[in-house]
Design a protein around this ligand. Structure first.
Ligand code: HEC
Ligand code: HEC
Ligand code: HEC
Ligand code: HEC
Length: 505
């Protein structure tokens, strides 16, 4: 049965349970180590005390205007600026201690793999919706070259500008596009209009050009999707991977989600890589160490979560866990202070799980520790291959003969490893959104990197180039970027393999 049809029943059953009709008879307290019960309450059911719709002029972007009709929601939305209590999340950064971890220091192999991308000067962990535009202002020149595309996920003005400017939205420089947004709104974070239709407050897709188009490319008509799907899709507008298209002159010509080979509810990393291989315009940057022009993978939360995860199958949506119902001023409304559920002490899990919070938190950490261990292995494995390519290219320059077949096969496997490592690495739940799939993808990344390493070592040996057993990654070098303000390596922030195996490689 489609979960769309299942929900009304679960929802009704939830009320009965809550009202005590079936109380203890059907819902005995589970022992601490029992599996979680199926969901019985729709956490984001229409709030019983929802404010009746009030008139908001069509196209209104300013959240303060929406706030006149919905003051509670507006107040919560503004509170996204406030940091959570420190120490509530093991892997995800910014909170009241006001340290925003530097991602390259956390995962030093990234300094090598991403050299050339433009994270050299700054690549910090996100600080939440209110800050997305502020974070952007400090971008290095290499990334500003992408024209207005960066704004697509980072400003509620983007859909309007795309429409008004057409191709110039991509072609003009970032500063020119930004200048078209009123000064006072240039720092505006995710706004009401990004997720809602002002006419009736229903959830709506504002990013037609990216998400709408991507859904149709997979044969899914967005107009036919119900409220349950929308509670994830409003997030998928920005929390999905996208590709900035470049022509041969390296000019930006467009932007799309590489989902063409996938299906709704099953977009795999294999589908995404197949699309990259088919469409050369997806190559958007040059990786310094290998010299390869590559596509990029960014924050694929929707793809990983919706690919048959337990929670997707259970009918949970992004907003269930990141915007749970909270009591505020006597009303019960979906929490508009969007953040990690660990930082709100797992309040979001309560409607479906009756285990205590400490137990649940430990389950999240158990998953994350295992995925972190694999991610670190995949990252260093991939970085080792990148360094071997550097040696291979040096040998070629010195006119040594490198076997073409070995080289081509190694390159294919290397890219397979690299994209998979980035897929889980930039997904940012550290595997929680879909633990089994995250482990599968990283397992393959490690295998592809191992294969590529073997092939390159064989090619180098045949060319008479001796390589040491342990390849020196020279990481210190990648933390020094001449003339820019790159954050130096912050040793204390490094995420170490929780199982201690990485040190043995
Ligand atoms: C218009 C684009 C956009 C939409 C729509 C959007 N997000 Fe985000 N979100 C972002 C950006 C950009 C960041 C990173 C902010 C930064 O760089 O500091 C972010 C960050 C986050 C974070 C991390 C912030 C923290 O404080 O922990 C979470 C969690 C999150 N989003 C969840 C969601 C959920 C759930 C939805 C849907 C209900 C959603 N987002 C909709 C753009 C968006
Ligand atoms: C990141 C996406 C996002 C943003 C931004 C956002 N909301 Fe929401 N909002 C949601 C979701 C998800 C729900 C729950 C809807 C559901 O369960 O059907 C919701 C529910 C609501 C509701 C209840 C609607 C109903 O039908 O009962 C109101 C009112 C509301 N939001 C107002 C606002 C206002 C005002 C702002 C801006 C200050 C805002 N929202 C910003 C995602 C968002
Ligand atoms: C079953 C609950 C659940 C669902 C459903 C869920 N998430 Fe998460 N999400 C989590 C947990 C737990 C984390 C890990 C948070 C941490 O480590 O602090 C997380 C992490 C994240 C982060 C990184 C948070 C940060 O602070 O940087 C983002 C962004 C995010 N989720 C977005 C989404 C989006 C988008 C969806 C839907 C496509 C979604 N989540 C669905 C529970 C959920
Ligand atoms: C909409 C209901 C719903 C919500 C909300 C929800 N869960 Fe679940 N969760 C489920 C269901 C259903 C299962 C599968 C239960 C089973 O195996 O009996 C599950 C399974 C799990 C598992 C086992 C996963 C595995 O791979 O074996 C963990 C861990 C978990 N949930 C943690 C959480 C956490 C943490 C939150 C809050 C951030 C949360 N859940 C929110 C319904 C939910």
């Amino acid at each position: 049965m489609k979960k769309r049809f299942l929900w009304p029943f679960l929802f009704a059953a939830g009320f009965l349970v809550r009202d005590g009709l079936f109380g203890p008879a059907t819902a005995p307290a589970a022992p601490a180590n029992a599996p979680a019960p199926p969901p019985s309450v729709n956490t984001n059911a229409p709030p019983p005390t929802a404010t009746p719709p009030a008139a908001i002029p069509p196209g209104t972007i300013d959240p303060a205007v929406w706030g006149k009709a919905y003051p509670l929601y507006y107040q919560q939305w503004r509170e996204v600026r406030e940091a959570a209590q420190a120490g509530m999340s093991k892997y995800r950064g910014w909170d009241a201690d006001d340290i925003t971890p530097d991602t390259l220091s956390e995962y030093p192999y990234l300094a090598l793999l991403l050299d050339g991308w433009g994270f050299e000067t700054e690549h910090k962990e996100p600080r939440g919706h209110a800050y997305m535009a502020l974070a952007r202002v400090k971008l290095p020149l290499s990334r500003i070259a992408d024209g207005g595309v960066c704004l697509t996920c980072k400003s509620p003005f983007a859909p309007r500008l795309e429409k008004e400017m057409g191709k110039d939205y991509y072609r003009d420089s970032y500063r020119e596009v930004l200048a078209k947004i009123p000064q006072k709104d240039q720092d505006l974070g995710v706004a009401c209009i990004d997720c809602h239709d002002p006419e009736d407050m229903s959830l709506a897709i504002s990013r037609e050009l990216t998400l709408g188009k991507a859904l149709r490319a997979m044969g899914t008509d967005p107009a036919k999707l119900g409220r349950e799907e929308m509670r994830s899709l409003v997030c998928a507008q920005c929390h999905a991977t996208y590709d900035v298209q470049k022509n041969e002159q390296k000019e930006t010509i467009g932007l799309y989600f590489p989902w063409q080979k996938g299906k709704f509810g099953k977009i795999t990393i294999e589908d995404i890589i197949a699309q990259f291989r088919k469409d050369p315009t997806t190559a958007e940057w040059t990786q310094t160490v290998t010299g390869f022009r590559l596509p990029f993978i960014r924050h694929p939360q929707f793809e990983l979560f919706s690919n048959d995860s337990i929670h997707w199958q259970a009918g949970a949506a992004c907003s269930d866990c990141h915007m749970p119902l909270v009591k505020d001023d006597g009303a019960e409304i979906p929490d508009h202070r969007v953040t990690s559920p660990l930082k709100t002490d797992l309040h979001a899990c309560g409607p479906c799980h009756d285990e205590d919070k400490g137990w649940l938190r430990q389950r999240v950490y158990d998953i994350q520790d295992r995925i972190a261990s694999m991610e670190i292995r995949a990252g260093y494995g991939t970085a080792t291959v990148a360094k071997l390519f550097e040696s291979v290219h040096k040998a070629q320059k010195a006119r040594k003969h490198i076997d073409r077949k070995l080289y081509d096969q190694a390159k294919e496997y290397y890219l397979d490893a690299f994209f998979r490592t980035m897929f889980i690495g930039t997904e940012s739940s550290m595997g929680f959104h879909n633990p089994a799939e995250a482990a599968r993808v990283l397992g393959d990344a490690i295998a592809f990197a191992g294969k590529a390493e073997g092939l390159l070592r064989q090619a180098l040996a045949q060319a008479g180039v001796a390589m040491p057993a342990k390849i020196n990654l020279d990481l210190a070098k990648y933390f020094e970027v001449g003339g820019t303000t790159r954050v130096p390596f912050q040793g204390g922030q490094e995420v170490k393999d929780p199982f201690g195996n990485q040190e043995r490689f």
